[in-house]
Design a protein around this ligand. Sequence first.
Ligand code: GUN
Ligand code: ZN
Length: 428
Amino acid sequence: MKLILGQTLSFLSDPFAGDPEASALWDRRSGVVVDDTTGTIVEIGPADTLKRLWSNAVVEDHGDALILPGFIDAHAHYPQTGIIASWGKRLIDWLNTYTFPEEARFGDAGYAAEVASRYFDLVLSNGTTTTVSFCTIHPESVGAYFAEAQKRGMRVFGGKTCMDRNAPDDLRDTAQSAYDDSKRLLARWHGQGRLSYVITPRFAPTSTPEQLEALGSLWAENPTCLMQTHLSEQTEEIEWVMGMFPEATDYTDIYDRFGLLREGALMGHAIHLSARERARLKEVGASLIHCPTSNTFIGSGLFDMAGLRAEGQKVGLATDTGGGSSFSMLRTMAATYEIGQLRGTPLHPAHLLWLATAGSAEAIGMGQTIGRLAPDYEADLVVLDLASTPGIEQRAGRAETIWEQVFPTIMMGDDRAVAATYVAGQRV
Ligand code: GUN
Ligand code: ZN
């Protein structure tokens, strides 16, 4: 047994559903008891009580630092690690100029393994313990991702990106090979320990109707998998795709027609949606994944967080590495706040922290397993130093509430704020 001490914030309810400050329990001197053989949380409570009850436990005392569930990045492209922060393009040009040439290298299993290892080093140093990633069209890129996560004991999600048109020759599969390769990879990795396979059509413009149909069938045959794709990220993209699927009512309807819209669908971006699309997404229970640093970096638009949550949509939070400009979920929360401000709907720190933990967990169907500090949840944790730089420290020093104390770290913090990361109860 291990007893991890510090401040704790535990969400009891969805902060969008009522008073955000009443949605979480804060304890200034608290502890999390972790069973390091099962990797789960046994108990959370006052530090002194737990020290007495668990006197044989190994104590790791983080002082005033804040213990939270590890961050959950609900949409990323690990193969784009090497081209993050590439200058000056909008989506389609950015894909063709920077992304596709880099993704073409992932047929080389050695290169894929090297990048996967670097990627997980980066996300863990930023306090992210679960990632949901696109790989490339190459099965090697999927093997590299899952093998590396397995080595580290992480709960991760991912899948082979499928594209059979509007991509370079060396980055296209076919409807049949996408189905066959995805099926084989799914059988190999889905449910292996903490790994889950995600059926992954990149987005409608890079798939033929035949490929979308094949992947819809694969999903129907494997209903416990998630499905991830992109939806309505840029206006040019929407015009382009509607020209390819003239019979569809709108972009959402394209996925719907091929059996790719139901609960468990993770729709990246989802910025430019009509009222009909919003109603349909809500009706089926799909999840919308907000990628704020990407949406400002590539110039895509301002996601309607407040409106979408108010109407009861499931929303997760993500970096969208490397269209997103950061590996950090702290920076991602800050960008979420900034976009909320630009829309005239300021978000409370409770909203931001919930989105990066329990909210993303619910969006990926893991709300009973990760993303909360509660008994029986998996012990993936991040410990935040709330005074990690002089600028943050002088502001947090004036705080009168935990929310005021944590907000400077959300807005100005980076990997220096991450005092420790735990995966299944083990410090990494
Ligand atoms: N749409 C299709 N592929 C991508 C991608 O790799 N990144 C982003 N941001 N949008 C996409
Ligand atoms: Zn993406």
